[in-house]
Design a binder for this molecule. Sequence first.
Ligand code: HEC
Ligand code: HEC
Length: 212
Amino acid sequence: MIRNTAIAIMSTFCCTVFAADIAKGKPDLEKAKKIAETVCIACHGADGNSPTSANPILAGQGADYLFKQLTEFKALDGKPAIRNNPIMAGMTAALSPEDMKSLAVYFSQQKIKPSAATNEKLVETGKHLWRKGDFDRGIPACSGCHGPAGAGIPSQYPRLAGQYAEYTELQLKNFRSEERSNDPERTMRTIADKLSDKQIKALADYVAGLRQ
Ligand code: HEC
Ligand code: HEC
């Protein structure tokens, strides 16, 4: 009980700090737009609607989540980055915390272009898992944290609705293999560990077709 309370307080603390950080100072949206149009554009599009499915869509994602990811891609003081990705490590190397804040706010304000689920057969499996989880395997409903329509809870849980299936599938597999380990209290690693390849495919496809 005491332990649970401590964890609850800790997790509130983690995200309040990020939320406060984002709110502090004014984001320089003009500078962010310039960086987006010259650097990020190649992979994420200038408005965060990435042209190819290998790169995640950033448009409409929560600013706190984006800021957390940018901070964690950057290797500091010779230590390995918290979220390991060579491409994004390179992209964040030259960004200051202020740039990251401004970019996070800039991309959160862009509009996501609608996409669709492509695999009809898998959609039902995905929908069931999303809403109800899988009791036998101990998988909780994704909607509990990411919202019924996948919009997320901006200060804590990322938006998943409309994201490319390929990217969502890769992240779930990366959490499962612990290649990605920046989820607070191992939340996503614990869940992904119980997902089969087929369940991951079904969820990734279902999420791609969700509208906020
Ligand atoms: C050369 C391609 C490339 C460029 C340029 C690039 N990115 Fe990325 N970005 C990626 C890839 C690939 C990923 C997925 C990384 C992974 O699988 O963990 C990513 C992931 C991200 C994420 C995490 C998204 C999420 O949903 O967790 C953020 C935030 C991000 N990029 C922001 C930026 C910003 C801001 C810029 C410009 C300064 C930028 N990127 C430039 C390729 C790129
Ligand atoms: C208890 C809360 C919780 C539940 C339940 C949950 N998630 Fe998450 N999820 C998180 C958190 C927190 C993060 C952000 C981790 C971070 O900060 O990098 C996340 C991140 C993700 C990401 C990465 C998003 C990105 O842009 O890179 C995916 C994909 C994801 N979750 C899918 C799912 C799926 C599918 C389910 C259901 C099987 C699920 N989640 C259930 C809390 C949850």
